[in-house]
Design a protein. Sequence first.
Length: 637
Amino acid sequence: MDILKNLNEKQKQAVSITDGPLLILAGPGSGKTRTLTHKIVYLILKQVSPHNILAVTFTNKAASEMKNRVSGLLSGPNVKNQMSSVSSAMPTIGTFHSICVKILRTEAKNLGYNSSFTIYDNQDQLSLIKNIMKSFEMDTEQLPPSRVASFINDAKDNLVSQSEFQLTAYNTATEKTSKVYSEYQKRLKNINAFDFGDLITQVVFLFRENKNILEKYQNRFHYILVDEYQDTNTAQYTWLKLLAQKNNNICVVGDDAQAIYGWRNANFRNILNFQKDWPDAEIIKLEQNYRSTQNIVLGASNLIKTNTLGYPKKLWTENTIGDPIFICELGNEYEESEFIISQIERLTEQKQYQLKDFVVLYRTNAQSRPIEQMFLKYDIPYKIVGGLKFYQRQEVKDVIAWLRLLQNPYDEASVQRLERLKLKDLLKNTQNEARTKKQAIGVLLKKIKDCAGENPSLGKLLKYVIEISNFEIMLRDSTEKGEEKWQNVQELLSVAQDYGQINVREAIDTFLENVTLAQEADNIEYSSQLVHLMTLHMAKGLEFPVVFIAGCEDGLLPHSSSMTSVEELEEERRLAYVGVTRAKDRVYMLFARQRMLWGNIQSNPPSSFLHELPQENIQFKPLYEELETEEDIIEID
């Protein structure tokens, strides 16, 4: 079959197995997305209806890439010739959360909601928790609302309902949280809202409680394919297991050696226990790396084999030997940053690379300050990934609040936000038609819909609410950064134009879902001439020709919080492994003799992980020595 033509033998084998459970262990750079997308098209060519195929991943970026690749394969000449009797429709491809949102929109009434619910982001959640704690007269200094939110989010990731949480409360903090959790869920339901954790948890609860609804989706999705399976938490794992248990056709792709999200409740034992869950499962290993040089692949392989938990893999590549992994000693964090700048300038001046080819990775966000300072000093364009997201900016959220209110008039968070923006003045105009605030809001929203015109576009609707609320004048007059804030609003209007071809009701729902589920990784700008700066956790799934890993010191990488736990230390090693394997051509691992961090000067030894790299694959640059161009190998002291 032509769809298999350009795959290696292991990829062909993974694609060709259609029925039954399958675990594809895909090393970094081994073509897992290629394998997954070819498998989807292979199923369609085998007469499986696209309607019956579900492909799930974690990020919007990954889902978008998967859709584009599947669409490209389906429209390609090699496949088109074989598709005379095959549906050209697209299968369902999306993130866990986006797919569950669609299920909730359809089944909301079975949970006591209506389909126009609002999705609360982290800021909305924190605001509601603060209000509840205030009403309970709880001391928010003694028990910060952020900690309560963390307890609640952890509970939801582990499918612990508010009643179960109450039974397992073990100290004052969790007892108080149980009280808040219970009230929090009541208020969310009263205002017709779900928070981020609810999107999956509530679907699982619904499937468990209503076998007919579960069977409906089991009959819909005969074939389920899952990307990055090692990152699933208990709720996601259970959701998948419920969906797949009738047809038994579940194919998961992942790499236990890249499981780095235990701190946010991902359980990499889900991938280790796959054969226990599905005893007749087949396992295929994709071990050929197409991304990195031999030195990078061999160095990374040697590093990760120190871990005791995980499937053994033998990564290999046909790529060139390439440069060694550079291990560089610097005096402090500023010398570290200047060294990064010097190497970027040297390599770009030699025309070997462009700015977009570089990424600087670090273990904690606190490390970015001196790096950013040096990029500003030397006037090198950069972008920090994982900073304040565009849709979290106050002026952007203020405009979005109007759409949320049009979607769900019970959304109290949006009412409170808009009351800051002279909503009361607008409501005064409705006083002859309404007795209560809720009635007044309803009248105002109807007037907005009527005045915006018959079936207006999303962009036109947004422009109208901005106009009637005098938002532009308010922004420009309120702050020195008014012009910059107004430009952000104009950017939001540009985004809204993309929804101009669909019904405004559907456009509002889709737009708000995309806004709430937007992720930092969606902001990577591969086409822009700038250097990306981000944490190691943010980098998974990405690749760059040249990678700098700053702060390779005990206490940072591995982090001090992991030093007493073997399991946590192994996750830190996996994190270092992820960092190294992002690189195509060059890796620089940097450590400083001392650095100012969190208000203290720290002097920590080089990371123990550096000693786990094989001597034949590294080059060590001691303090104050220039980096040699030839491959001199110097042992680390």
